[in-house]
Design a protein around this ligand. Structure first.
Ligand SMILES: [Zn+2]
Length: 100
């Protein structure tokens, strides 16, 4: 059973692999999805959870408005060439965005 810290460490190593062009350090897309799945189960809180792709929102979800208001520090990981995962430990939400 992976703990939350194990998963965050996994994303960190994956991100470093992308940044250094070291494919062998990277997770496969399937492994990324699996890790996100576990992360969601581990950190799921009421009213939070997975918000999908930010690129598909017509407006910013309320939970993110509140999060910014509270000044939470979110964690962001590069999970693909132009893809990022954003996670707030306090709120428990996760979303992805594509910067391309
Ligand atoms: Zn937050």
């Amino acid at each position: 059973m992976k703990t939350l810290n194990d998963l965050l460490e996994l994303f960190k190593i994956h991100q470093l692999g992308i940044l250094n062009g070291n494919q062998s350090a990277c997770l496969t897309p399937k492994e990324v999805d699996e890790a996100i799945g576990i992360l969601l189960r581990e950190c799921m809180k009421e009213d939070a959870g997975y918000l999908g792709w930010a690129n598909s929102w017509s407006e910013e979800p309320l939970i993110i408005n509140k999060c910014k208001e509270f000044g939470h520090k979110t964690i962001e990981y590069k999970i693909g060439n132009c893809q990022y995962l954003v996670y707030c430990e306090n709120c428990g939400y996760i979303y992805k965005y594509d910067s391309s």
